[in-house]
Design a protein around this ligand. Structure first.
Ligand SMILES: CC(C)(COP(=O)(O)OP(=O)(O)OC[C@H]1O[C@@H](n2cnc3c(N)ncnc32)[C@H](O)[C@@H]1OP(=O)(O)O)[C@@H](O)C(=O)NCCC(=O)NCCS
Length: 200
């Protein structure tokens, strides 16, 4: 399954992506580690293969969805976007994302999140999607605001990095809010074209 945007596409992970993912994470470890507790000094290929095996299993059962982000013109894997476990009783989930340092600051995280939202709201028909980031994570907060999420709350000291507690800012987007603004998201971030979802 893949969703195509203007400059990038997202595709569900396969275990065979492990070397490319490991390489992208390890080459950006110093920057990713600041906000992603699961990134240590280096991750191993074995760790990543096991992570992807679990991700594939979760997708087979529609429990959660994890996508790799690729550049369209080179097919290079440059990041990841996905969901936490989906609460199917309430049609809601939370999203997460990372981008390799070599490709950050080019708007790819915003584009990848719009592709993910299209899948979550149009294909899975979710009702509510949450995104949250630590108060100091300016780049992530900027991504969340650019894709139209509404601020809801500060969760005090809800996020532990190393030995430091951070406040988390939580945002959410509802399905009807996404529908009302998606054309403008396509125009701003996808060159005006609607994302193409390929289920096969
Ligand atoms: C958050 C992250 C995915 C953003 O990826 P990206 O591809 O650089 O994001 P984009 O280019 O789409 O947008 C980033 C926005 O943040 C801004 N930004 C980036 N770093 C910034 C900084 N240090 N201070 C202020 N703004 C910053 C960019 O200027 C851009 O906004 P603009 O288009 O209005 O100028 C990436 O920085 C990352 O992987 N961070 C570590 C992992 C992480 O924090 N994940 C999210 C956990 S909640």
């Amino acid at each position: 399954m893949r969703v195509d945007g203007e400059r990038i596409y997202i595709r569900v992970y396969d275990v065979s992506d492990a070397p490319a993912v490991t390489n992208a994470i390890n080459s950006s470890a110093a920057e990713l580690r600041v906000w992603l507790p699961w990134v240590g000094e280096k991750i191993s290929l074995k760790y990543e293969e096991e992570f992807l095996r679990q991700a594939v299993e979760q997708m087979r059962e529609s429990r959660a969805f994890s996508f790799a982000v690729f550049l369209k013109h080179t097919d290079e894997l440059i990041g990841g976007v996905g969901t936490h476990p989906i609460d199917w009783a309430n049609f809601k989930t939370e999203i997460g994302y990372w981008m390799s340092t070599a490709h950050s600051g080019k708007g790819y995280a915003v584009e990848a999140c719009v592709l993910l939202l299209e899948f979550l709201f149009s294909e899975l028909k979710l009702h509510r999607v949450v995104a949250s980031a630590a108060e100091g994570n300016t780049a992530s907060l900027r991504v969340i605001e650019k894709i139209g999420f509404a601020f809801e709350a500060v969760q005090r000291e809800a996020f532990l990095i190393g030995s430091v507690w951070h406040n988390l800012r939580s945002y959410a987007l509802l399905q009807d809010e996404y529908r009302a603004q998606r054309q403008s998201l396509y125009e701003k971030f996808l060159g005006g074209t609607r994302p193409k979802i390929r289920l096969a």
